[in-house]
Design a protein around this ligand. Structure first.
Ligand code: 1PR
Length: 550
């Protein structure tokens, strides 16, 4: 089997990249020391996280000179995400650390005034501006395909600048900022997006690099109408996973968090079994889901951390599902069955190594946020959110929020942040606040959702998964009032969740709020609608979506 060398210098999900390379018929060899780089023919530098941290890690381990030598020698080199950023002169993210300097540009942070930052989701890598012919493809890139990005800093695109230095450029637009999605010159290809997470479109790019084909003819050139710039609306399929009474791991789904069958008026029947996690994730990938989220909604009792069943689910899913995978449930400091302490960061590391791109933190985030205010907004660096985002980047940390409506007659009757609601409470109350809960909604806290999201953003969370217990499983649509309120309080992206019952609800949440993504569970598991149908409906409503590519 032909070989490609991979440098696994810091944390991150490299498993998906390895799976992608192996699926394409190549074998991965790991670079373990700078001397190994000299032996490499093709070298891939993947990367997530903090620019300064990554680039100084290379320097500390004496990799910088070896990598630069490989590039100067004209040997094939591919940089992914921070692997692209490292080629630049520097980054606003860390002014003290210079990059390798091959690309004479500095990375700049996206302006959060008109959009969420980080930029997370599917966007273009369009070579049209850079002059690549419409019937030719640069490393398999298609101007009408979408690729998965997750980053806060980017190279601003100024027409002609990089081209003058010999680079071919593929661009993307986020809000009113045009930035560099990919660049190529001679033996170098570098992508800001993650090809290993970009479905078939991304695998095509990796294959073109591995096969050494920089320019190829396009058998079906894009039409003017098929090229649409900008970030697409993300549709996420969520799988709540737990063990049922027989001990099998199943996908389940509750009504307002009650996952047991209802027998007439009484509850408390068997745990609903809607299918097997890996098979269902694969099915949603093939339907065009832009991401898949697994939530372990019960802790697996008496199970050593290293054997957590979710690790195996991730390993198997990441072999065939090439879109981002999020895993939540039980991410907190814990004590293992042998009495040893395991940190939230250790658990997250196991998940990332098994193929997860993001971890989602629920109960522990509420506790951390409460402590944040109690200490006068001090950052200790020790919470799960802080330690995981420091090691893997903010974009890898999602906070899952489980709020419940509490109705009040007037804002003055509570110290919490209220909204005026168009859906009055049982006593005709016109105001409500959203109470944070922990332990899957079992315990309510004297803490509101706005306090929580502001605190976790300050602690380093990169995205909010915004559930709503009142809406969960009701098929009655998303809680638009809650989503608008949370969006107006923070800059990081918000995933709307709970209540999706038909494709119109997805269109509604994107049209009437500025939600960055929308998640559905029951609607898909019960077979009422497919992800494909939801995306077709969004498209009919003139909302930009990623088309699924075989
Ligand atoms: O507290 O860090 O261990 O994380 C536990 C995680 O498990 C949290 O993310 C919490 O939301 C989730 N969870 C705990 N108990 C339940 C339950 O249902 N009994 N599920 C639960 C939460 C909510 C959504 C759901 C949407 C969409 N599920 O993920 O999928 O509401 O549903 P719908 O489209 O069918 O309306 P920790």
């Amino acid at each position: 089997m032909p070989t490609v060398h991979l440098l696994d210098y810091v944390a991150g999900n490299v498993r998906s990249l390895v799976n992608a390379i192996e699926k394409l018929g190549y074998e991965v060899e790991w670079i373990k020391s700078p001397a190994d780089i000299a032996k490499a023919e093709k070298l891939i530098l993947p990367g997530v996280g903090h620019f300064g941290y990554c680039v100084s890690q290379f320097a500390k381990a004496n990799y910088t000179d070896a990598i630069c030598e490989h590039i100067r020698a004209g040997k094939p080199f591919m940089g992914i995400c921070v692997g692209l950023q490292a080629l630049c002169a520097g980054s606003e993210e860390d002014e003290a650390v210079p990059g390798f300097g091959f690309i004479n540009k500095k990375l700049v942070k996206f302006d959060p005034r008109d959009k969420s930052v980080p930029h997370i989701g599917w966007n273009s890598a369009n070579t049209a501006l850079s002059g690549t012919k419409v019937d030719e493809s640069l490393y398999g890139l298609r101007p009408d395909s979408k690729y998965y990005y997750v980053h806060s800093y980017a190279i601003p695109y100024r027409e002609g600048e990089l081209e003058k230095a010999g680079w071919a450029v593929a661009t993307a637009r986020y809000g009113n900022e045009e930035f560099v999605g990919a660049v190529s010159r001679d033996n170098v290809l570098a992508t800001q997006f993650h090809p290993e997470k970009s479905g078939a479109a991304g695998l095509r790019v990796i294959k073109a690099f591995l096969d050494g084909r920089s320019i190829q003819p396009l058998s079906s050139p894009p039409t003017v109408n098929s090229i649409q710039e900008g970030l697409t609306r993300r549709v996420i399929a969520c799988l709540d996973v737990r063990t049922n009474d027989q001990g099998d791991l199943v996908v389940t789904k509750g009504d307002q968090y009650d996952v047991r069958e209802r027998d007439g008026v009484s509850t408390g029947g068997a745990v609903r079994n809607l299918g097997k996690p890996v098979e269902m994730a694969q099915k949603y990938y093939e339907q065009g889901a832009d991401e898949v989220t697994f939530l372990n909604i019960t802790s697996f009792r008496n199970c050593p951390v290293a054997d957590l069943p979710m690790l195996e689910i991730l390993r198997r899913t990441s072999e065939t599902v090439f879109v981002p995978l999020t895993i939540g449930g039980g991410i907190r400091d814990t004590v293992d069955t042998d009495g040893s302490k395991v940190s939230a960061l250790d658990i997250a590391t196991l998940y990332f190594k098994s193929g997860a791109d993001k971890v989602s933190i629920g109960s522990d985030a509420v506790t951390a946020a409460e402590e944040y205010y109690a200490s006068g907004k001090k950052l200790t660096g020790t919470t799960a959110i802080e330690s995981i985002s420091a090691a893997y980047g903010n974009q890898a940390v999602v906070v899952s929020v489980d709020p419940r409506r509490v109705y009040v007659s007037s804002p003055s009757s509570t110290s919490h942040h209220t909204i005026r609601t168009a859906f009055p409470g049982p006593q005709g109350e016109e105001y409500c606040w959203y109470q944070c809960t922990i332990k899957g909604g079992r315990e309510g806290r004297d803490f509101d959702v706005i306090q929580l999201v502001r605190a976790v953003e300050a602690l380093g969370a990169g995205e909010i998964l915004l559930n709503c217990i009142d809406k969960d499983g009701t098929n009655s649509g998303f809680d638009l009032e809650l989503i608008r309120d949370v969006k107006s309080a923070i800059d990081i992206p918000v995933i709307a969740s709970s209540g999706a019952g038909n494709p119109g609800h997805f269109a509604e949440v994107f049209e009437k709020t500025s939600a960055d993504a929308a998640l559905g569970a029951g609607i898909f598991h019960r077979g009422e609608y497919t992800v494909k149908q939801v995306k077709e409906h969004l498209q009919q409503e003139n909302l930009l979506v990623r088309r699924y590519e075989e």
